[in-house]
Design a protein around this ligand. Sequence first.
Ligand code: PA5
Length: 421
Amino acid sequence: MFGIRFEAQPETILSDALKDCQTAMKTLEERTGPGSEFLGWLDLPSSMKEDGLAASVADAMKGLDDVIVIGIGGSYLGFRSVLAALENPFRSTKPRIHFAGHHLSSGYMKQLLDYLENRSFGIIVISKSGTTTEPAVAFRFLFDRLHRQYGAEGVKKRVVVITDEKKGTLRRLADDLQLQSGVVPDDVGGRYSVFSAVGLVPLAVAGVDVKALLGGAEQAMLHVREKYNEATNPALAYAAYRNSCYRSGKKIELFASYRPELQYVAEWWKQLFGESEGKENKGIYPASVQLTTDLHSMGQWIQEGERTIFETVIDVENDASLKMLKAESDGDGLNYLAGRELNEINRIALRATMEAHRSGGVPVAEFLVPELNAHHIGALLYTFEYACGISAYALGVNPFDQPGVEAYKKNMFRMLGKPGA
Ligand code: PA5
């Protein structure tokens, strides 16, 4: 069942923006817009169903103590967001998952290497280009450790490379050393790659039900790609809502969730929209808050700061059943809540906050998600990807390139003395 719904105050959706989004959706479907050579992600939920790599890597790695997943940007956030949304952070699983290559901190790398001393571990290294500095640096350290521990034959069983099918340093290395490998399709960019081997392989190793994830994404795909009506298509309605807000001077979008499990979905969403839309001096700035936590830090700004923001709330309908206790002496004054579900209290906080923010001049819309499981997370992420394609085309930019990320690299390579830089 495709359960994702989107609700906005009708007056926040401008008819011009909606019309532009309907045209943008047509451009996306007819593959006539800029960057259309990168539309492979549109069909991934169905095309990846038969791919057996994730299951076979999960099987091969199940006896290890630890698996280090190396990657950055789109080669990192999709996996991390789904895992964080679904895992129980208090349960220790085997293999334990760790991240590397998403920054250049030496303290972190040193601690990770110290921790791995004499442990049985494996590596999944993910980089579409195969040349990104941060994951390449991490891989050099971790591969060296693994090689010294297990030798040339041992690493073959413990390293999986996910990269371009033919080109790049990582592909050459994987072929030369006969390492297991998966492919990032040519026509899928990093931030749209969660339903390819980039997300599915590490998720299967971490024990996530990737079939259910793909099933949810596929249902969203079948739903949102057909309907040009904002009342029935949450991706189209969301794209129209955010473009309307932008056109009326609201330049910052706050992704607000009331479930800590969604912290990395927010990070993934920020990358998706930020890298897709922030170009040619245009684009909504995507920001996020964790609520109710941040009501005690950013709440003041949201309620009364500069009126340039709009908010998109993720309301997850179901959560674990936990009833508030009744205390003998009502010392803390909470007995008025006794017997009520904690999730109901959380969702009343959400409603109360939406009302307060609206009355403070912040347009607020919401996504309704039935519960946090692999199926619905798959559906939600696909809905966002599709909305992002529409929204960026309506804004007039290419959603699938990222020319701006080269600027820091050029400077860094020059300062580091990279040959040819
Ligand atoms: O979305 C993108 O294309 C980027 O964020 C990339 O995923 C990121 O720069 C990492 O690139 P690569 O996978 O080539 O190492």
